[in-house]
Design a protein around this ligand. Structure first.
Ligand code: IMP
Ligand code: MG
Length: 178
């Protein structure tokens, strides 16, 4: 065990995370009955949540995936305020029912910027699903359609979220106890 891993605490245990993702899958399946879903994963943090969530969508609903990478953070806790596209989508969005899947919404800057770009590509609909929301830190108004958990303002990791690019693989939501 490394130094840092000794300081982890559990904020939300694995079973709770999985149970909530099942509920979100059911809710989304009800809302998209008779349609298809085009899920956009915001790399890298959203990848764990998106795969788990997509597996909870009803088999009657065709689900396609695409990936985008934007950066607003360096290897630091604090936002640098710089948002840039590192990797754009492979497919056009026109006419598609799109759900953007994110790990966490913090200041809201990343999603505010990203949703503007995606909306300009004329999807049939555009919704946002996030595993975690830290509303206390919001600087930009972002409409969140599906939220896993609203959490207090603490730095979290696991379930896709990193601490200096590590620990995304933890199956629970962890906090650094310092
Ligand atoms: P925003 O633009 O401030 O909303 O930034 C959101 C992004 O910052 C998320 O997609 C995460 O990648 C990262 N982030 C924000 N808070 C945390 C955290 O507590 N742990 C790990 N990453 C975080
Ligand atoms: Mg992210």
């Amino acid at each position: 065990m490394s130094e840092i891993s000794k300081k982890f605490g559990v904020m939300i245990p694995q079973e709770k995370v999985e149970e909530r993702i099942r509920e979100l899958g059911e809710e989304i399946s009800r809302d998209y009955a008779g349609k298809s879903i085009h899920m956009i994963c915001v790399l890298k943090g959203g990848v764990y949540f998106m795969t788990l969530l997509s597996r909870q969508i009803s088999e009657d609903i065709p689900v396609s995936l695409d990936f985008m990478s934007v950066s607003s953070y360096g290897n630091d806790f604090k936002s640098t305020g710089v948002v840039k596209i590192i990797k754009d989508l492979d497919e056009p969005l026109a006419g598609k029912d799109v759900i953007v899947v994110e790990d966490i919404i913090d200041s809201g800057r990343t999603l505010y910027y990203l949703l503007g770009i995606l909306q300009s590509r004329n999807p049939a609909s555009l919704k946002l699903c996030t595993l975690l929301d830290k509303p206390d830190r919001r600087e930009r108004d972002v409409k969140v359609d599906y939220t896993g958990f609203v959490i207090e303002d603490r730095f979290v990791l696991g379930c896709g979220m990193d601490y200096q690019q590590n620990y995304r693989n933890l199956p629970y939501i962890a906090v650094v106890e310092e």
